[in-house]
Design a binder for this molecule. Sequence first.
Ligand code: ASP
Ligand code: MG
Length: 471
Amino acid sequence: MKFGGTSVADPDAVTRLIGIVRRQLATQVSDTSQTRVRLVSDTCQTPVVVVSALSGVTDAMIDVTRLAEEGDGEQAAIALRALRERHVSVASAVTRQSRDTVLAAVRAEFEELTGLVHALAVLREVSPRSLDAVIATGEVLSSRIVAAALADQGIPSAWVDARRVLVTDAEHTVASPEMIATCERTRELIAPVTKSGQVAVLGGFIGATASGVTTTLGRGGSDYSASIVGACLGVSEIQIWTDVDGMLTADPRVVPLPRLVPQLSFAEASELAYFGAKVLHPSTILPAVGKNIPVRILNSHRPESPGTVITADGHPANGQLTAIACKRNVTVIDITSTRMLMAHGFLRRLFEVFERFKTAVDVVTTSEVSVSVTVDDTRRLDAIIDNLRNFAEVSSEPEMAIISAVGENLRSDPTLFGRAVTSLQRIPLRLVSQAAGRRNITFVLRDADLPSAMGQLHETFFEQRAITKTR
Ligand code: ASP
Ligand code: MG
């Protein structure tokens, strides 16, 4: 069970977390009798809890290191005191018997951190390695507080130092786990805790090299930690507790009443994430999905909501798309060359221009004589067009939008494509493409037409069937 920053933000959030873990413990026991729980480590029935730093803390700590780098030790110390007070007040609010112990631990962490930041401010230098040492404190603190709070509420729990569990390479701030070593440590340090019936609580996002130097896995890395530990333990499910119900069938800023997507495949989740469905970064759950462990996104404000389950293959309902995503304000560039297109090397030259100006291309379609691409970063558009004009005719059109209709069913059900296009019949489509994966159809159209196009697609695929519960 991974709890993100907003799910440990304040005393109320920690109290909700305790309720959710308590409920999980109760379900686990009754579930085993029905053999619904598929557990690799035989007798284990107790969840492992992975937490992010309290919301905003990682950003605040990065700010502290900036102040240190500028040599402003005084402001850095003031910011650290505010952070300490926030942690002290949350820790005191959620504990009673264990209050003194946890407050002593929190204060000790801050004492060490203050010394470190002072040294960085004197040197006016923050290396990636030092940055990791500072920001890792956020997860150390939150996990200590949550472990103490659970114990205080009568849930047997033990704090586990994630830096001893997650063994990583030395790529500071974007470290990668060494899975074999990490799984060994997981078996050594977490499995016994779980077996003894205690909830192991550890910080996400942080680890250490084999020689014990603190590292972090990249921003938002707590999901990754949960997925790594879950994969090593072979758990029955990984739960990502956050502040939304799960993945939605469309962006609520564009479609007024999107539905909750009950389940989707890893590949679908990846397509949607590309278009900005920011619930989680799919690559962070790869270790779990690779082991066929379902990952469920849940809302800690509404724990009764079923959430969205991501599995390796997904189980799409017949005749349905899974979701539609969109990206607004893109520019279409049309590149035409009657002479060159079929000549080999044309596409290479074309894409080299985008490469040279470090501009990512989203959608590409080609015909016999022209290539159309979309870009959303237009900072170097003029230079790109100038360079393309050396070997082709070029025109561009701003204020366009991309719709991506995503669904595993597109692979097997050819009528879906037809229904999608039919539902858009009154809307001029600029480009249409379906790539080899065949899990999505991409439409490019005028941005002004986007809301009605999304509305029509959504109605066709999601509003003419039983309504799934959503917020
Ligand atoms: N606390 C870290 C961050 O804000 C990791 C996480 O929240 O997943 O990036
Ligand atoms: Mg966070």
